[in-house]
Design a protein around this ligand. Structure first.
Ligand SMILES: Cc1cc2nc3c(=O)[nH]c(=O)nc-3n(C[C@H](O)[C@H](O)[C@H](O)COP(=O)(O)OP(=O)(O)OC[C@H]3O[C@@H](n4cnc5c(N)ncnc54)[C@H](O)[C@@H]3O)c2cc1C
Length: 306
């Protein structure tokens, strides 16, 4: 039942008709704002300052994906450049996260790379790290290819990417990336995928996450342990105690397990919060609903208490 609900919500996350209805619906917007810092850059900066004051680092994500018109990507590039200026000028402890389909990958790889270079040039000048998020499997190979191209042009600590533990290929990808000393965020994976490419059972995804994490913490790579799962967090704490890695941090999403974020930071671990902002919150919000069925009831409660 839970798996079916997850699949329905993930289907709705990419359905244009559902986006059109939900995005105009005030209740959905209100509930989505639990997971999103706001629709404007100023709101994102305020949220970053509040998190920094709690000793939490931030990764800022300007929401959007699957852009189909080249002219629309210019606004995306300029928003990210403005964001970098704010981070630099206001001395914020923040990196940025971005999606290649937001930068025009569905239009052409060349446009996407040109856009990316404009942002990476500023990021490198300011010394602000950039993570290329991982989208669904049609984009896995191309994302890894563009990541490696950019990483070779800009240096390791400025550019990182993401590996999803639900993919059967990820253990092999992580072995190669670890040997390269790559900056990797390890997450479970948030999209609808077929069983031939992704483990359908949560227990297998969890086991793969713990295994890959354990292996990667013994490589020269930098690992961002991105999870809210208490079992994964405790496995990470055990690995950190026994393997004594120095190149790692914990990461969680804005609005999810905030008290646990504070507790990890208080225990002395580096913790970064992924802070999305912008008007295109619909697919991001639906992926968060799909991760936890209880969120659907939270949403329904918001509807009935209008
Ligand atoms: C910093 C960060 C960046 C990410 N970047 C990507 C990316 O680039 N590509 C990608 O595919 N995925 C990305 N994800 C999402 C990730 O793949 C998972 O879908 C998501 O983190 C849920 O997995 P989990 O490890 O928290 O474990 P789960 O087993 O899903 O959840 C464990 C527990 O965490 C809590 N929890 C989890 N999700 C929620 C929620 N939405 N609301 C409330 N409580 C929740 C619940 O208590 C739940 O029982 C990212 C996640 C993080 C933290």
């Amino acid at each position: 039942m839970e798996n079916l609900l997850r699949r329905i919500l993930l289907y709705l996350s990419v359905a244009g008709w559902a986006r059109n209805i939900m995005s105009r619906w005030g209740v959905a917007r209100r509930v989505a704002l639990r997971f999103v810092a706001g629709e404007t850059l100023d709101e994102a900066i305020s949220a970053t300052k509040a998190l920094n004051a709690r000793n939490l680092w931030v990764s800022l994500d300007y929401l959007g994906e699957s852009v189909k018109r080249a002219e629309d990507t210019q606004e995306v590039v300029e928003t990210y450049r403005s964001l970098l200026n704010h981070i630099h000028n206001q001395h914020l402890q923040a990196s940025i996260s971005l999606k290649l389909t937001h930068f025009g990958l569905d239009i052409s790889e060349e446009l996407c790379q040109t856009n990316l270079r404009r942002v990476l040039t500023d990021a490198k000048n300011f010394g602000i790290p950039v993570t290329i998020d991982m989208e669904n499997t049609p984009y896995t190979d191309i994302t890894l290819k563009i990541y490696r191209t950019m990483r070779d042009e800009y240096d390791f600590d400025n550019v990182g990417t993401v590996i999803q533990a639900y993919l059967r290929r990820s253990e092999a990808d992580m072995q190669a990336l670890g040997a390269e000393g790559a900056h990797i965020r390890l997450c479970k994976g948030a999209y609808l995928e077929a069983p031939d490419v992704a483990f359908p059972d949560k227990a297998d995804v969890d086991a793969n996450y713990a295994k890959i994490m354990h292996q990667y913490l013994q490589t020269p790579g930098y690992l961002c342990i991105a999870t809210h799962d208490e079992k994964m967090i405790q496995a990470a704490e055990n690995d950190i105690k026994t393997l004594k890695p120095t190149r790692y941090e914990f990461q969680m999403l804005y609005g999810i397990r905030s008290a646990r974020q504070d507790a990890l930071a208080a225990a002395g671990y580096p913790v970064r919060v992924y802070v999305p902002f912008g008007a295109a919150w619909y697919p991001y919000f639906m992926r968060r609903l799909a991760e936890r069925p209880a969120n659907v009831w939270f949403f329904a409660k918001g509807f009935f208490s209008r």
